[in-house]
Design a protein around this ligand. Structure first.
Ligand code: NAD
Ligand code: UGA
Length: 474
């Protein structure tokens, strides 16, 4: 018999938990949805009356929070009671790459998944469906199941009845388009063995997602499909970025090449934009995880195959930083460089693994003074990523950075402008004005292909674009 779900708890109120549960609550007004987190500051931010202070910036999210918060959508630090009340619990906690111990640098750190499972084991009551939403290595559901089984046995002895069904339902949303991805997903995956639990979960999704988009698999296929989807997407980006370098060397143009190959339906048009290298909290970590899994199962050559996707990605970031230095007469020491964009992509305030980080670090190491702009990222986030305090003091050896929300002030007296995130506001720059503000010879490096070379015509600014190289006919 499928259980009727009345109360849902989501452990982890981050970039996935927040938007996912907001959409779920919006579509299922009869279900009470509560997000819990150990991070009190984050929960306070989700509850802030000022919606511009929500911890996650995502187009359309504010409106959904406004409609549902404190009606059937709640944010709380009361983990114990929320778990106790819930019929269904989503585990949506972070699973970053391990930084120490066995598998450091490759394997996913599952300590937050484990602690979530222990919380569920301790506080739950009655029958609870536990849904693994975090991206995890194959067979993690087994870890969760083992912890919960112990608790089932103990509950039998102590007469407080507890039972569990564990499902895998990985999330495929992309930041910046999360709301649309959640409202109209290409597919939803449900992996499990307990048909009733699977039907209870699909019953929730079916309130707004056509049933034919809900795929049922076994748990391990579901877990591996998530890693594989991210690996394929990242591989496509490393492929197009590799070809962008070849375009620059040969005179071919990457946009023309990607249009030509994308017209083949088997290849498809999407995800073919060359750039400064992919960022985001997941592609790198999930491929490292896949590499680790292949090594664990003795598939050495396969692990090296996937690792190369990351090698090419790091190379793309490095080559862009070194190209900037080379074009500026081989040195950026004490030169002012404007960097437009610090988020890993447009329409998010997330900076995790942003290509801007390693490019900024390389330029700082070469003594540059960076003036950074981003419409959504705050200076404290940049400080955290660069491990270097914001400072206006120009130091010759290690360079410095500061943040400026005014684009004109960023480029004043700058030798170069590097565009690193495709924010709309950067697409409408008046280069005639910029050319008067910048020091000559001035350069614009467009790593996102958002600037048309016509907009620079007659300005005297030198122009380089990814997949096209230096443009000589300005
Ligand atoms: P996040 O770091 O933004 O959020 C995770 C939250 O979990 C944090 O706020 C943390 O404090 C909380 N947490 C950790 N342990 C806890 C515990 N025991 N009890 C309560 N709260 C706890 O991470 P995210 O970006 O939301 O990613 C979550 C998972 O989803 C990861 O596995 C990630 O790979 C996967 N994923 C992320 C995205 C994305 O776009 N960010 C997309 C698909 C899948
Ligand atoms: C990615 C996947 O697209 C999601 O399906 C997945 O759920 C998610 O990872 C995850 O597991 O976390 P996300 O990282 O949020 O989503 O964003 P993407 O749109 O995939 O972009 C990733 C990076 O690739 C960004 O730095 C972006 O600028 C870059 N990119 C993307 C390009 O350089 N070119 C493109 O054509 C597309």
């Amino acid at each position: 018999m499928t259980s009727q779900i009345k109360k849902i708890c989501c452990i982890g109120a981050g970039y996935v938990g927040g938007p996912t549960m907001a959409v779920l609550a919006d579509r299922c007004k009869d279900i009470k949805v509560t997000l819990v987190d150990i991070d009190k500051k984050r929960i306070n931010a989700w509850n802030d009356k000022d919606l511009s202070k929500l911890p996650v910036f995502e187009p359309g999210l504010k409106e959904i929070i406004k409609r549902n918060r404190n009606k059937n959508l709640f944010f709380s630090t009361d983990i114990a009671n929320t778990i106790k009340e819930a019929d269904m619990i989503f585990i949506s906690v972070n699973t970053p790459t391990k930084t120490s111990g066995f598998g450091a640098g490759y394997a996913s750190d599952l300590k937050w998944v484990e602690s979530s499972a222990r919380q569920v084991a301790e506080y739950s009551s009655g029958h609870t469906i536990v849904v693994e939403k975090s991206t995890v290595p194959v067979r993690t559901a087994e870890l969760i199941q083992n912890i919960l089984s112990e608790s089932e046995e103990n509950s039998f002895i102590s007469n407080i009845k507890k039972s569990f069904s564990v499902l895998s339902s990985p999330e495929f949303l992309a930041e910046g388009t999360a709301i649309n991805d959640l409202e109209n997903p290409d597919r939803v995956l449900i992996g499990g063995e307990d048909n009733n639990a699977m039907r209870s979960l699909s019953g929730i999704y079916e309130r707004w997602i056509p049933a034919n988009k809900i795929l049922f698999t076994n748990v391990w296929s579901s877990e591996l499909s998530k890693l594989t989807a991210n690996a394929f997407l990242a591989q496509r980006l490393s492929s197009i970025n590799a070809i962008s370098a070849l375009c620059e060397a040969t005179g071919a143009e990457i946009k023309e090449v990607s249009n030509a190959i994308g017209a083949d339906k088997r290849i498809g048009k999407k995800f073919l934009d060359a750039g400064p290298g992919f960022g985001g909290s997941c592609f790198q970590k999930d491929i490292l995880n896949l590499v680790y899994l292949c090594q664990y199962y003795g598939l050495e050559k396969i692990s090296r195959y996937w690792e190369h996707v990351l090698i090419v990605n790091n190379w793309q970031k490095e080559r862009i930083a070194s190209l900037v230095v080379e074009k500026l007469f081989g040195t950026v020491t004490n030169k002012k460089i404007a960097m437009f964009g610090f988020a890993f992509k447009a329409n998010t305030n997330d900076t995790r693994e942003s290509p801007s980080i390693s490019i900024a670090k390389d330029l700082l190491e070469n003594g540059a003074n960076l003036m950074i702009n981003d419409p959504q990222v705050l200076p404290y986030q940049i400080e955290k990523e660069l491990c270097k305090k914001e400072s206006k003091i120009f130091s010759e050896k290690e360079g410095s950075w500061s943040f400026n929300s005014n684009l004109n002030e960023c480029v004043k007296d700058a030798d170069a402008l590097i565009i690193l995130t495709a924010w709309d506001e950067y697409k409408e720059i008046n280069f005639e004005k910029f050319s008067k503000l910048m020091r000559k010879p001035s350069w614009v490096f467009d790593t996102r292909k958002i600037i048309s070379k016509n907009s620079l015509k007659g300005t005297g600014i030198k122009f380089w674009q990814v997949g096209m190289g230096e443009c000589s006919s300005l």
